[in-house]
Design a protein around this ligand. Structure first.
Ligand code: A3P
Length: 293
């Protein structure tokens, strides 16, 4: 049940049901034409690349306070918000989306609004995506009829058959956009770099956004956005959608938060197959990804 629109395969099978109004084409049209405000910021990510993490970091930096809120990033996600909901978000609006850059609101690029792009190595993306879909499919009111294969059952579909084969298209489109628009205010971060040295990457974000910060603020943001702390806040405080989607009412958005978990899932043969695909995908790209730290 993967939906394809304008060459984009939507990687979450149930996304059609989540689009306000249920009509993806109308919703995409609304997004393309929505009015953008001066202080809007756009976070662009391929699914499972650290969207929640960067949204929390940017929210805290802009507030100048490292504190948790009930509100989650889905409240400002282009795919899920109706026109009125997106319009009514208090500014600065930290929009986020998995849409490719060509499908962003026209005014974002016309008015050169800041874009932060977080990318992650595709092996960990595949594993994270598999676990997300599995938890979502087996939970909620689909539990009676849904079945879900093992990682190996799903592997062909995950890497090339439809669910995840837009990863390289997505990152390469943003790479090209950055090269073609050298003056565009876009910051690209790698999930692996954020894991390696979160403080360094948070400072990069703060500088990019032009925020006046104290060393204490950076330390606090780092601490509050640390995986375990954010996971706990998501369980205890935050209004996370996965609590409603899961079988047991527990959140599954924050799963493991590591670089290299794919090694626990890929067989040697799958890894070889993936490496071959990866070489083909990236033949025209200068992007480099780290699969371990
Ligand atoms: P895993 O499934 O590998 O754990 P997204 O927000 O784009 O859906 O990405 C979700 C992935 O980011 C999940 O990966 C999640 O655990 C991870 N993640 C979320 N917050 C994180 C944090 N503070 N540090 C590291 N990883 C984080």
């Amino acid at each position: 049940p993967v939906v394809e629109v304008d060459g984009v395969k939507w990687p979450l099978p149930f996304i059609q049901h989540l689009v306000p109004g249920g009509n993806i084409l109308e919703h995409l049209d609304m997004i393309k034409n929505m009015a953008i405000q001066d202080d809007d910021i756009m976070l662009c990510t391929y699914p499972k690349s650290g969207t929640h993490w960067i949204w929390e970091i940017v929210s805290m930096l802009l507030k100048g306070k490292a504190e948790y809120e009930k509100k989650v990033k889905e409240t400002a996600m282009l795919e899920f918000g109706s026109k009125d909901e997106l319009k009514s978000i208090r500014s600065p609006r930290i929009f986020n989306t998995h849409l490719p850059v060509r499908m962003l609101p026209r005014e974002i690029t016309e008015k050169k609004k800041k874009i932060i792009h977080v990318q992650r190595n595709p092996k960990d993306v595949v594993v994270s995506l598999y676990n997300h879909i599995k938890a979502a499919m087996l939970g909620g009111d689909r539990s009676s009829s849904a079945t879900m294969g093992t990682f190996s059952d799903m592997f062909p579909l995950l890497v090339s058959g439809g669910i995840n084969n837009q990863w390289h298209v997505y990152v390469e489109e943003l790479e090209k956009f950055t090269i073609d628009n050298p003056d565009y205010p876009i910051l690209t971060l790698n999930y692996e770099d954020m894991k390696e040295d979160p403080k360094r990457e948070i400072i990069k974000v703060a500088n990019f956004l032009g925020i006046h910060y104290t060393p204490e603020l950076i330390d606090d943001v780092q601490d509050k956005c640390d995986f375990e702390n954010l996971k706990k806040a998501n369980e205890d405080i935050k209004d996370d959608i996965t609590k409603k989607l899961s079988k047991d009412g527990k959140q599954f958005m924050y799963r493991k938060g590591q670089v290299g978990d794919w090694k626990n899932w890929f067989t040697v043969a799958q890894n070889e197959e993936f490496d071959q695909l990866y070489i083909e995908w990236m033949s025209g790209s200068n992007l480099k990804f780290r699969f371990t730290l």
